[in-house]
Write a protein that binds this ligand. Structure first.
Ligand SMILES: Nc1ncnc2c1ncn2[C@@H]1O[C@H](COP(=O)(O)OP(=O)(O)OP(=O)(O)O)[C@@H](O)[C@H]1O
Ligand SMILES: [Mg+2]
Length: 261
């Protein structure tokens, strides 16, 4: 999950989609690549109390298996702490710095069906590590005015990663988040992004619901507790992805007009 724009629901998507995929019987690893450690915190772990994190893994002081944590939704978590802010500087001095995460994950790759990586809101060396380790990138996009600004820059970064560090990286598409079908400008923003960049828009859009804000505050996953339309949307997205991965089905995408019909 990558988008250098902040607050577009990268972290919420990783946590919710991870729980939904685990609910479908997949063995799931979630990777918190953000020094703010919001994913770690929202999954019920206090980043200040951890003895090891993805920081130690990236700089070569710990193996992934030694720092993995359990989460309520059933996925495993490779947590972050604020130390990760320093990894950026440490990594910059090392050769092959974009490959640190990929190299570390090789050791546990066989233990998981799916690995979801929560990138920080920047295009720095941590996001480059995420893109280099990934098979595919999904771009959560809040459908608001100016949301498209920065998408071009992200796509340039993706194509540089494809050319230099990860030729196998594919672009899954844009995931509309914090979506409100009542606003006409969300339609314009989505149409603009899909026309301008030829990006597929993944189905279904994730509606804005108050349950998400409550869930990240309480540390529970958004999928637990009462039914809500956000959780339903993430479950449907998970099911679409599983059909795509397991049965080779085309990933379900929607035309922008279809979203509003
Ligand atoms: N579908 C939704 N409905 C309502 N609120 C949401 C929804 N998805 C996310 N949020 C809220 O929006 C805020 C930003 O979400 P989140 O932290 O997942 O974004 P992010 O892209 O990871 O941010 P950052 O770039 O800072 O890492 C959070 O307060 C989250 O609870
Ligand atoms: Mg985040």
């Amino acid at each position: 999950m990558a988008n250098q724009k902040g607050g577009v629901a990268k972290t919420t998507t990783v946590a919710s989609l991870g729980a939904a995929l685990a609910g479908l019987g997949k063995s799931v690893l979630l990777v918190d690549l953000d020094p703010q450690a919001c994913l770690t915190f929202s999954l019920g772990h206090d980043p200040d109390q951890l003895h090891g994190s993805v920081h130690e893994v990236l700089v070569g002081d710990a193996a992934v298996a030694d720092v993995l944590l359990d989460t309520e939704g059933g996925a495993k978590l490779l947590p972050a702490t604020i130390d990760l802010a320093g990894a950026e500087a440490l990594l910059l001095m090392r050769p092959g710095r974009e490959h640190a995460l990929r190299r570390a994950l090789v050791a546990v790759a066989d233990d998981f069906d799916v690995v979801l990586i929560d990138c920080p809101p920047s295009l720095g060396v941590l996001t480059l590590n995420g893109l280099t380790a990934a098979d595919a990138v999904m771009v959560p996009l809040q459908c608001e005015t100016l949301a498209h600004r920065g998408v071009g820059q992200l796509l340039r970064t993706v194509s540089e990663v494809q050319a230099i560090t990860n030729p196998n990286l594919s672009l899954l598409g844009v995931l509309p988040t914090l979506f409100d079908a009542r606003t006409t400008h969300s339609r314009d923003v989505l149409a603009d992004v899909s026309d301008r960049y030829g990006m597929p828009v993944l189905a279904p859009p994730i509606p804005r619901t108050v349950r998400f804000a409550e869930a990240s505050a309480s540390g529970a996953t958004v999928l637990s507790g009462r039914k809500n339309k956000g959780a339903t949307a993430y479950r449907e997205l998970a099911a679409n992805l599983v059909k795509h991965w397991d049965d080779g089905a085309e990933l379900k995408i929607v035309s922008v007009d279809e979203i509003y019909s």
